[in-house]
Design a binder for this molecule. Structure first.
Ligand code: AMP
Length: 466
């Protein structure tokens, strides 16, 4: 299957090939023909499957004919977070480079003046978060009567964030004769109700969800006795003892994102926080610095990090065990991409047992455990007083802290033969997919037994293999 086979125009094909894509991903191959025919679709797919191009490409094609009137956008894309909205806008700019479509972003944290000027000129594509859109609508700044295409992206995340009433309110404001595409990684009953009420006989297109992490992700569980202070110490020890290049540290609460970030920085680590309370400009700048390697550790909440297209991360640390097992898969999927080795380390106290069990049920295997004592020993054995990701206040002479995990085993074994080395613990970890334990009750994910990464189906784009 090629993009030509999907019936896209030469202008669009040119932009796609400049983006470096050689073939459509499974979700694109399924969704694009339906959308080009004007049908409603329900896409069961999550970030990483190429779903954004799956709806932006046909939208560009459909909107190419026609012109927008002042304050009456012709299409609307709803996103749960500002970051996702911004990413979709970036996608539009790439794929729409040979078209003259206008686009506006309606998200919190961006000045009203700038947004209003754009809306007044007329936009073909409006990308918005639900709250800001309703706000602008209620101020009379925007009319929704000309919307021909609606996309609701990450619907299950909208649900988690309490946005469904807003989404429903918006759907009621739109003309009934329109095309609707909804994307969701899962189908909770509330989303099903929305699709039944506001979509016209939608075609269901589906790619297997990533019920297992990539085999290249080495997962470990670190049992911590105590509370948040002990967890912070364990996190520092882990960062020091691991061969960390760059990492995301996930916390369940915004409050803890701030605390952990400050604590890491106080201890000299090159960290920054990413959470929903930060001004948009700060969030964007932080992400850019992280992508550029100027920041090594991003401390983030699930919501802030959801869908961020940051590849090639060496480590994911779960400062907290996520309360939803799905989030665990999302989090650890940030590392071990495109065949590279990645590490996912989860700190757990006894209060987390229930959540750990849920995760292990979902991934179908037990996560190998390491104790904090082993890590502390490891830090001492490796390098007593320096952290690999320290901000460079004083020049570092040694590079030996960036040891390979295999070397680490030897060091540790030499230093303290009676203690179990971290790397040895790793070898006992059954990676997801190579499980012996079968998932118990959770049958939602039919592809669970597959041992490969399922996010893009069998498709691994050529550019990812480079
Ligand atoms: P998404 O799931 O839309 O967030 O896309 C995930 C990543 O896949 C993004 O970095 C896209 O640029 C990339 N991508 C989308 N479509 C293709 C394709 N057909 N071939 C290769 N990469 C793609």
């Amino acid at each position: 299957m090629t993009f030509e086979d999907l019936g896209l125009s030469p202008d669009l094909l040119g932009a796609i090939s400049e983006a470096g894509y050689t073939e459509p991903t499974p979700i694109q191959a399924q969704a694009i023909p339906h959308l080009l025919m004007g049908r409603d679709i329900l896409g069961i797919a999550q970030t990483g499957t190429g779903k954004t191009a799956g709806f932006t490409l046909p939208m560009i094609e459909i909107l190419a004919a026609g012109r927008a009137r002042a304050r009456m956008p012709r299409s609307l894309i709803l996103e749960p977070t500002r970051e996702l909205a911004t990413q979709v806008a970036e996608n539009f700019a790439v794929y729409g480079k040979n078209h003259k479509l206008s686009m506006a972003l309606l998200i919190g944290g961006v000045s009203f003046v700038e947004q209003n000027e754009k809306l007044d000129r007329g936009v073909d594509v409006l990308i918005a978060t639900p709250g800001r859109l309703i706000d602008q609508f209620e101020r009379g700044r925007i009319l929704l009567a000309d919307i021909k295409i609606l996309v609701v992206d990450e619907a299950d995340r909208m649900l988690d964030m309490g946005f469904i009433p807003d989404v429903e309110k918006i759907m009621k404001l739109l003309p009934p004769l329109r095309q609707t595409a909804m994307f969701s990684a899962t189908m909770p009953s509330e989303i099903k109700r929305l699709t039944d009420s506001y979509m016209m006989n939608p075609r269901k297109v589906e790619v297997a969800p990533a019920a297992s992490a990539a085999e290249t992700v080495i997962q470990r569980l670190i049992r911590v006795r105590g509370g948040i202070a002990e967890k912070r110490k364990a996190l520092r020890d882990l960062i020091k003892s691991e061969n960390v290049r760059n990492a995301i540290v996930f916390c369940n609460r915004k409050r803890d994102v701030k605390v952990v970030d400050q604590s890491l920085r106080r201890h000299g680590f090159n960290a920054q926080a990413l959470h929903g309370d930060l001004p948009q400009s700060v969030r964007t700048a932080t992400l850019e610095k992280f992508r550029a390697g100027e920041i090594s550790i991003l401390v983030a909440s699930d919501v802030a990090a959801r869908g961020l297209d940051i590849d090639d991360m060496s480590h994911v640390f779960n400062f907290d065990v996520p309360m939803h097992a799905d989030d665990y898969i999302h989090r650890i999927g940030r590392t071990g991409r495109a065949g590279r080795e990645g590490h996912a380390l989860t700190l757990a106290t006894s209060a987390d047992d229930k959540y750990v069990q849920q995760i292990e049920r979902l991934i179908g295997t037990k996560i190998g455990e390491v104790s904090t004592a082993e890590i502390s020993d490891e830090v001492v054995a490796a390098e007593p007083d320096a952290s690999p990701l320290e901000e460079k206040k004083t020049p570092r002479k040694r590079s030996s802290s960036r040891r390979k995990p295999a070397q680490k085993t030897e060091t540790k074994t030499d230093a303290a033969p009676d203690a179990k080395p971290v790397a040895a613990a790793e070898s006992q970890v059954k990676k997801p997919g190579t499980k012996e334990t079968q998932p118990q009750k959770d049958q939602r994910r039919p592809q669970q037994k597959e041992s490969k990464e399922l996010g893009m189906g069998d498709h691994v784009p050529a550019f990812l293999q480079r």
